[in-house]
Ligand binder design. Structure first.
Ligand code: ADP
Ligand code: NA
Length: 327
């Protein structure tokens, strides 16, 4: 990579699950070593596009801060902050919203999915991708780690960078996607869908704070099939293949290596191997989250430092934007 700035955000929706960790947070940690500047935001303004309880939101923000630190986000090497504390996000979002047409937003996946679930969505939910574009452009970010589900939202940010630059002169680099190389982690109960925090099935999702006993139980109950040999074939054998994906990812080995370690084991025995690997990987993280949660003042201090540093980056960019626009 060389130069550049990475931006990414995560909603403060409780403690992350294994899919969030392997699909996103692990990458966040790695990127700290690969880019000179990384900016990570707990995007609380995004989370109020859905109904929320204030005390719950407040504690979820600190829980997410604890989770990110425990996973290895280093507030010395990255700017880690709470989105709503840097008011430039909302302000740039307004300005970019004035460069966006209604039809451009109508077909974006988030709105199509979530407004349908609710039959009616808020204006905030509709313009959510504009705020996301503001998050990225505010730091003149060059690279954005995204899941496939976010590619269309990143395309909006690219369009808005182009539109702004075209109208007001070159200011924003066009942010590029860093697509996750990790295969999606699937639900342990229904391997045709991804592991998700919104899954109502308690046994479907492994939280990064689950106890070793809970992890062992959930993996033991994971849906497999009637073949006892372990092979990797996501189409024909999604359940067993999901276990192989998880095993490879937590043990930091290739899928081929995971399958070869499973040679001679039936799926039942393999599940023990997989849950041991998950437990080994998550135990230090769980313990660190427990330790950090006991010290909310420390977490607030980390976020306050991040807020100051984020403002230092954001304020001059927004000042320039206002001037170009004539505000
Ligand atoms: P959820 O689906 O649980 O609501 P989010 O949509 O908030 O999770 O995703 C947060 C981040 O975690 C995104 O970068 C997303 O791509 C990643 N992610 C979510 N679920 C998975 C999964 N099952 N496997 C891999 N990555 C995932
Ligand atoms: Na989601």
């Amino acid at each position: 990579p060389g130069g550049g700035r990475v931006f990414s955000g995560i909603q403060p929706t409780g403690v992350p699950h294994l899919g969030n960790y392997l699909g996103a947070l692990e990458t966040w940690v790695t990127l700290q070593n690969q880019y000179p500047s990384v900016v990570y935001s707990i995007v609380d303004l995004h989370s109020i596009t859905q109904p929320q309880e204030p005390p719950q939101l407040r504690s979820s923000i600190l829980d997410m801060a604890a989770s990110l630190l425990a996973c290895g986000v280093d507030p010395e090497r990255s700017v880690l902050f709470q989105q709503s504390q840097v008011s430039e996000h909302a302000e740039l979002s307004w300005i970019l919203g004035c460069l966006t047409s209604m039809p451009r937003l109508r077909h974006l996946p988030q709105w199509k999915m979530k407004s349908k679930q609710k039959n009616e969505g808020s204006v905030g939910l509709y313009t959510y991708p504009v705020l996301q574009a503001a998050d990225i452009l505010l730091y003149r970010s060059t690279h954005v780690p995204v899941g496939e589900d976010q590619v269309q939202h990143l395309e909006l940010a690219q369009d808005l960078a182009r539109i702004f630059n075209g109208r007001y002169g070159e200011l924003f680099p066009e942010p590029r996607a860093l697509l996750s190389a990790t295969r999606k982690v699937k639900s342990l109960r229904d391997p045709s869908s991804k592991m998700s925090k919104s899954d109502p099935h308690a046994m479907a999702t492994i939280s990064i704070t689950d106890s070793p006993d809970d992890i062992a139980l959930k993996v033991r109950r994971a849906v497999t099939d009637f073949t006892s040999e372990v092979t990797f074939d996501p189409e024909a054998r999604p359940g067993v293949s999901n276990l192989v994906t998880i095993h490879a990812a937590v043990a930091r080995i290739s899928v081929d290596e995971a399958v070869s370690q499973a040679r001679g084991l039936d799926t039942g025995t393999y599940k023990t191997l997989v849950s041991d690997a998950v437990i080994q990987r998550l135990t230090p993280i769980r313990e660190e989250i427990q330790r950090l949660r006991m010290d909310p003042a420390h977490l607030e201090g980390v976020l306050a430092l991040g807020t100051r540093r984020a403002r230092e980056l954001a304020a001059p960019v927004l000042r320039e934007v206002r001037q170009r626009v004539g505000l």
